[in-house]
Design a protein. Structure first.
Length: 204
């Protein structure tokens, strides 16, 4: 796989931030297994994790006012670099015309970081989008293949905690490759936690 230093990349009218390639999951549908990038972007396999100086320098080249959203989402799980996410969000908030800020996360950041992180994230972000991936624990574990045995419970607990803060919009997402019955089960899980379900189109 080709490696580069694509820290930010555009998808439509959004700007995406790629801060790490680390991830505690090996999802069966993950594009990392078949591609260097997403949505026609430059290669997203990082040759090294960007420092805050590199992140700020990259963002300073962008006219952030033109984007609808800035999204923490690259080739890894953003909360693997929780401090960088929070510091970057605060830096963006300090700029004039900062758009809405969102994180796309697998919801396992509390297991990754060994502590509660919902309050920290919801304080600096407008939207928390959690990858639910399946509507039952067995199917979730089969599809997501996380390294944590209690990933299903932790992901739901994180989502519920984010909802309880009342500070950010909380979404749970699934990809449209799963069966209709799993989508419906996923909807019930999301609603039981106070979140909204989003069905995403699979990007091949």
């Amino acid at each position: 796989m080709a490696k580069a230093m694509t820290i930010s990349y555009e998808v439509g009218d959004n700007l995406y931030l790629n801060l790490t390639n680390k991830c505690p999951c090996v999802c069966t549908f993950c594009i990392r297994s078949s591609s260097d990038g997403a949505y026609g972007s430059e290669p997203l396999w990082l040759e090294h994790e960007p420092s805050m100086d590199e992140i700020r320098a990259d963002l300073d080249k962008r006219d952030i006012k033109k984007y609808r959203e800035i999204v923490f989402c690259g080739f890894g799980e953003p909360t693997e670099r929780l401090d960088a996410v929070i510091e970057t969000a605060e830096y963006l908030r300090s700029k004039e015309g900062c758009p809405m800020l969102r994180i796309n996360t697998n919801g396992l950041g509390e297991l990754v970081n060994g502590r509660s992180i919902s309050g920290e994230l919801c304080r600096v972000l407008d939207t928390i989008s959690v990858s639910l991936n399946a509507g039952t624990r067995d199917e979730y574990m089969r599809v997501t293949r996380p390294k944590f045995p209690d990933a299903w419970e932790a992901m739901k607990s994180f989502t519920a905690d984010c909802v309880k803060t009342g500070e950010a919009k909380v979404i749970m997402s699934v990809v449209d490759v799963i069966p209709p019955e799993q989508i419906e089960a996923s909807r019930q899980v999301a609603e039981s936690l106070g979140a909204v379900l989003r069905v995403r189109k699979f990007d091949s």
